[in-house]
Design a protein around this ligand. Structure first.
Ligand SMILES: Nc1nc2c(ncn2[C@@H]2O[C@H](COP(=O)(O)OP(=O)(O)OP(=O)(O)O)[C@@H](O)[C@H]2O)c(=O)[nH]1
Ligand SMILES: [Mg+2]
Length: 237
């Protein structure tokens, strides 16, 4: 059983060496067969070179020159990964490293699951450390998704999601959303394919300053939701 861990990165040179070392130590201690894929989303600060120079075992960097968005970076890594389970999480390890083993254990406990996704809404402290406005924005977005998009789970945006190898290929070969609404898009495809999605409680452990612009990004997200709902509905599988 091989476990692939995918890390999208955009101008993360200030933290990426520490992240790569932490993940390399964690994965080699906990998994016999694994790979770590850093997906460089057109960074301009050399974080891709920084990871490559470390020459860590089972670590590789994929990517491209132009910044395309987290969705594109995740998709690139998902399609390059070779694991039986393929997971992505954020470069700042916002949810810590223990979620990686918990994801694996959740797959073992649910052998029919195609997807295991983190949710900040399953435990009381899931949003600990969020500013009030970010927490509100997140909750409103989930509400909008359930009204406009028919979303039935408790969290769509959590930066911690995992797939069986086969599900990852089926889903990400069809995904087209490059920016942040890609999280919901991959769930929509999973639902369309009748895949089983299991939610797992997570909380943010490492906080850093948010780059999300609540007003501008919310508007873009709603527009993206409507567009992708239409497109996925029309697609024959
Ligand atoms: N912001 C941003 N992040 C990207 C992009 N492409 C890849 N990423 C990576 O996506 C992950 C999440 O980025 P964050 O900036 O922390 O965004 P977030 O976690 O959704 O939101 P906050 O942490 O609340 O600001 C990190 O690993 C980034 O390096 C991009 O174009 N913009
Ligand atoms: Mg973040």
């Amino acid at each position: 059983m091989k476990f692939s861990l995918c890390i999208p990165m955009y101008n993360e040179s200030s933290i990426i060496k520490e992240t790569a070392q932490t993940l390399s130590d964690y994965m080699s201690a906990n998994f016999e067969d694994y790979e770590i894929i850093f997906s460089n989303d057109g960074s301009k600060d050399g974080c891709d070179k920084a990871v490559e120079e470390m020459n860590l075992p089972n670590v590789r960097v994929v990517g491209y020159e132009q910044n395309r968005g987290k969705g594109y970076a995740v998709r690139t890594a998902m399609l390059a990964a070779e694991g039986d389970i393929i997971m992505f999480t954020d470069a700042d390890l916002a949810y810590g490293t223990d979620v990686i083993k918990r994801v694996y254990e959740t797959f073992l406990a649910n052998p029919d699951a195609h997807m295991v996704i983190g949710s900040r809404n399953l435990s009381k402290d899931g949003y600990e450390g969020y500013t009030a406005i970010r927490k509100l924005a997140s909750k409103v977005y989930i509400k909008v998704l359930s009204i406009v998009g028919g979303f039935k789970l408790s969290d769509s945006q959590c930066g911690c999601k995992a797939f069986t190898g086969k599900a990852a290929k089926e889903i990400f070969s069809r995904c087209e959303v490059d920016r942040f609404a890609f999280d919901f898009e991959c769930i929509l495809w999973a639902v369309k394919f009748g895949m089983k999605i299991v939610e797992m409680p997570v909380k943010i452990i490492n906080h850093r300053e948010s780059k999300v612009n609540v007003l501008r990004d919310s508007f873009k997200m709603v527009r993206d939701i409507i567009k992708m709902k239409r497109r996925i509905k029309k697609t024959k599988i």
